[in-house]
Design a protein around this ligand. Structure first.
Ligand code: ADP
Length: 612
């Protein structure tokens, strides 16, 4: 039977019980009504008839007396009027014979009344025709009329008493029926209620029990256990649901297995990729515990024999700075912003120092929550070695070039001084060009030497507390003549508060001068250069802004590298100025950058620590 049919049957049975109770109550009410009706029908009308007969009889009696006493017309009229009514009530009583003995009694009354009527009529008529004196009439009344009257009256009274007794008995009976009806209705309703309750409980239990199995099965599935088999016992909706659920569970199990296969194959692929790359990769969770490490990183960190699990960042030979940086990345969720030169760590491998360029990248889940950190280590030892050799070569070459350049410059100078008159004008122009080129080469060689000295860490900085305003005054004085000559406006914004920086005055002046001289080189006549300084946290930002041609985006980071110049805008420079600036600023513990939009000028800014 279907679930719907079961519920309908359940309701049907409850309604049947209710119907039975109602039916029972109706039967009781009907039998109660019948009992009352019987009382009315059987007794009330007979009592009424008896009482009315007595009344009419008494009126007839007084009519008889009236006639006997002389007023015959009125007496007879009264006699006959009451006679008609009496006979009507007698007929009623005859029609309503319902209790044993009543019929005989009515018959007796009828016979007695017939006798009385004859006596009464005869006597009254006799009274009319006979002696007018009262005495004989009264004697006649006493001897023949009254006994007949008394007999009829007695019959009527007995009829009334008989019916009154029967009425009392009927009312007792009706009472009994009512009591029985009340109790039986209570009993039947109570029984029906109990049965309906039991049946409802049974039905609810039969529907709910299988549902409990479904709940358990769903829980099992949500725990990831797909081996669910809800028994299909019935063919109703629940049975069909059980079948569908079992099928769904086996489908889920299939998908799950497929997913696991896909995941496993992806994992194997990723592991193969990680193992094959030469860069070191360390994966850390947000508690800074190592959750993955590739063979290259194991080799770099001398962890070949160690078990990767239970390793914390601090257990790796990365140094506290790098671990601090990783912890900071975990707390901010952003990759650290460090200049490339500070992204190098040195580790020893087989007692030889090796240099690694590192990057720290946060891993985010699909909900953008931080899942962990990837530390990438790129071996730059060879690159550094090449750089070092290159730098050594440049230093050596520059050094070697400096002496011949000095003698060439001296020779050209002497030639121009002492033998000028022997040269033609064309020769003199050539000689001047040679002298200018030699000067340019001397600048280049000096720049190269300076740069390689700084790069090799051979820069001696004499730190002092330098007032920014003093620095600005100096630079303003240096460029005063050139600015006037080129028709350029140089606006120096002296800081409003007395700012001091921790710097080597000569070197930092070199940086600022270089930036201003670049500006002078690239702005047009009537151009504008502005120098300003302001405090940002514990550093001072010094900016040189110009309204020159600006720097294309792709050059904005590269121009701080050696020999990089914006194509077509070489302007006779060596491409080393900004590289030297960067090294000097870095040696001061600061950074330098440019903000520019091509065609709208550039702003070079360097940050150096402030003296508190
Ligand atoms: P250079 O000796 O060539 O000026 P720098 O290192 O000082 O060498 O500058 C590198 C390049 O950056 C320059 O060749 C030039 O193309 C560009 N540059 C530097 N400063 C400016 C500036 N203020 N406006 C436009 N371009 C600039």
């Amino acid at each position: 039977m279907g679930l719907k049919a079961r519920i309908l049957v359940g309701y049907g049975i409850a309604f049947t019980f209710m119907g039975m109770v109602i039916g029972w109550a109706v039967v009781n009410l009907v039998s109660l009504g019948k009992a009352t009706d019987a009382v009315l029908r059987e007794n009330y009308w007979s009592i009424l008839a008896a009482e009315n007969m007595v009344g009419e009889l008494e009126r007839q009696d007084s009519g008889t007396l009236l006639a006997l006493l002389g007023d015959s017309p009125r007496g007879m009229a009264q006699f006959h009027a009451s006679e008609g009514v009496f006979l009507q009530w007698l007929a009623r009583a005859k029609d309503n014979v319902t209790i044993p003995g009543e019929g005989d009694l009515v018959q007796t009354i009828e016979t007695a009344y017939e006798h009385y009527r004859m006596q009464g009529t005869a006597s009254a008529q006799g009274g009319l025709a006979g002696d007018p004196s009262a005495e004989p009439a009264l004697t006649l009344y006493r001897e023949s009329i009254y006994p007949a009257f008394a007999q009829v009256k007695e019959g009527c009274v007995r009829l009334r008493d008989l019916n009154e007794q029967a009425m009392y008995a009927a009312s007792v009976r009706a009472n009994r029926v009512a009591r029985r009806a009340i109790w039986s209705t209570i009993t039947v309703s109570g029984g029906a209620l109990v049965l309906a309750l039991l049946f409802s409980l049974l039905l609810a239990e039969r529907i709910a029990r299988p549902l409990q199995r479904f709940v358990e099965a769903c829980r099992q599935i949500s725990r990831g256990d797909f081996a669910v088999a809800v028994p299909v016992k019935t063919r109703d909706e629940l049975g069909r649901l059980a079948g569908e659920l079992n099928q769904m569970a086996s489908q889920l199990a299939r998908y799950h297995a497929m997913n696991i296969e896909v995941i496993l194959s992806e994992k194997t692929k990723s592991e193969a990729i990680l193992s094959s790359i030469e860069d070191g990769l360390v994966i850390l969770d947000t508690d800074l515990e190592v959750t993955g490490i590739n063979p290259a990183a194991r080799r770099m960190l001398s962890l070949e024999s160690a078990v990767a699990t239970d390793l914390r960042c601090t257990d790796l030979p990365l140094g506290s700075d790098l671990c601090g940086l990783i912890a900071e990345t975990v707390s901010t969720g952003e990759p650290p912003s460090l200049p490339d030169e500070r992204r190098i760590i040195t580790l020893s491998e087989d007692e030889r120092a090796r240099h690694y360029f590192f990057s720290v990248t946060p891993i985010r889940s699909r909900e953008r929550a931080l899942d962990g950190i990837v530390l990438l280590l790129k071996d730059v030892t060879r690159l550094r070695e090449v750089e070092r050799l290159k730098s050594e070569f440049v230093t050596a070459a520059s050094h070697e070039l400096r002496t011949p350049l000095t003698s060439i410059a001296m020779s050209i100078g002497l030639l121009r001084e002492h033998a000028a008159e022997r040269f033609s004008e064309r020769d003199a122009t050539l000689l001047q060009a040679a002298e200018e080129e030699v000067d340019r080469m001397k600048v280049l060689v000096n720049d190269l030497l300076e740069l390689s000295r700084i790069e090799e860490g051979r820069i001696d900085l004499e730190f002092e507390s330098v007032p920014v305003s003093g620095l600005f005054q100096h630079v303003e004085a240096v460029f005063r003549a050139q600015v006037l000559e080129k028709g350029i406006t140089l606006n120096v914004h002296f800081p409003e508060e007395p700012l001091r920086i921790r710097a080597d005055f000569t070197k930092i002046t070199w940086v600022l001068t270089n930036l201003v001289s670049n500006g002078l080189r690239y702005v047009d006549r009537d151009g504008l250069i502005e120098i300003s300084a302001h405090r940002v946290a514990s550093a001072v930002h010094i900016s040189v802004r110009d309204d020159g041609p600006g720097i294309p985006l792709e050059y904005q980071t590269r121009i701080f590298q050696k020999f990089v110049q914006v194509a077509g805008r070489e302007a006779g420079g060596s491409g080393l100025g900004l590289a030297i600036c960067k090294e000097i600023v870095r040696a001061h513990g600061g950074t330098i950058w440019v903000e520019s939009s091509p065609g709208r000028g550039s702003t070079f800014t360097f940050a150096v620590p402030m003296v508190q």
